[in-house]
Design a protein around this ligand. Sequence first.
Ligand code: ATP
Length: 290
Amino acid sequence: GLMRVALDLQTSTALFARIFEYLDLKPAITDRPGATPLAELPSTGPLVAFDGVTFRYPDQADDSRPTLDSVSFEIEAGQFAAFVGPSGAGKTTVSYLVPRLYEASDGRVLVAGRDVRDVTQESLMAHIGIVSQETYLFHATIAENLRYARPEATDAELETAARQANIHDTIASFPDGYATVVGERGYRLSGGEKQRIAIARVLLKDPPLLVLDEATSALDTISERIVQEALDDAARGRTTIAIAHRLSTVVDADVIFVVDHGRIVERGTHASLLEADGVYASLFRQQSER
Ligand code: ATP
């Protein structure tokens, strides 16, 4: 009986951590009656789709201009899809709707062909890894923070993930290594270090679908490059939705969606969008000049 309780606690800790990867949002979303688990994600065909999605945040008036306005797109399994566009365009909001941290006001969000409202939140979260702009660390050791992603992970697995995320050497240099206590009132990590811990967590979780909200603008050039390399590594072999603030990270994307005022105004590859000489091309020229 006691074993059972311990196991249940471990499972719910992991679920808690998954949901609170986006802690600041405190989503009020719960399972609908009759919700069923999402099956294994297919390795080919459409994986994530928005079908006429319109969205307003709960505090936005019903007649205000929506944050997302009739957004439709499809991302195939294995693709690296990037969302770019001006600040405030709605890119990050797209990343909230995929794991159903908020629900579409109108239209449907589909994962593996299923409306995310019809699947259990736990099964949806189990398939998605999130690296958000804000990494939440518990007041606990680094090892414990990493294990929230997978309680049964061995020390060797923690280290492998940390190495892939370019954070192992930094952790090893801390006074207590992986036993260093971080989080509130703990050892203070830089923004780049926290983000690399978040990447290590995602690597441990090993989800088929990755949602990356780049926050590299807050980092200096060297840690930006280190974080970027870790992100590129994490994205390899999985379907990735990247919210990009710098266009240099999306030139190799399979598909780029350009968002402006809550709408997708252009879509294509870097080369085709440059050729089209529209919003993307002018954003790209602006950033290249800096
Ligand atoms: P950035 O590149 O600056 O991160 P973005 O394209 O990711 O911008 P979003 O963060 O998706 O843009 O924001 C889109 C719009 O929604 C903005 O006008 C923003 O102020 C608004 N918004 C974001 N979060 C909320 C919220 N919780 N409640 C109300 N409005 C919000």
